[in-house]
Design a protein around this ligand. Sequence first.
Ligand SMILES: [Zn+2]
Length: 141
Amino acid sequence: MIQIIETPEEQMVVDLYNKLGGASKMLTTLANIYAKAAIQPDGRTNRMFIEIAETLNEVGKVIALDETTSETIEDIARRLTEQGYRRGAPSPHAESVDRVICAGSTCSECGHVGLDYVPFYKSNSYRSFMACPKCDYVAEI
Ligand SMILES: [Zn+2]
């Protein structure tokens, strides 16, 4: 997180970053947009858009490792519940995309493959986490 804020423009970027839940979340959001746009009106898919979406997801996964928190998933659930979040995803599409990311992710603490998908949402805010079922590792997607 950026700590030194000197201009209103910097504050705006920090606010947006926090609102979206981090850089990896921003990339996942963009990947979702491309994945949706890839399906053309005639039902065929645009290969280039699919490839862009896959690349954005890959970069997002790498960045997510830097956003690792020392909180446990229970700590996070308690904190977000206090902030008015409920368990769950805002749409089946968001859920299916993030579930795939979690299922293909490796725990950076213990090496376990296949992390639990733990989503939270309130009004227009969606935050999702991958949690290791074998240890306390957790990271925001
Ligand atoms: Zn682990």
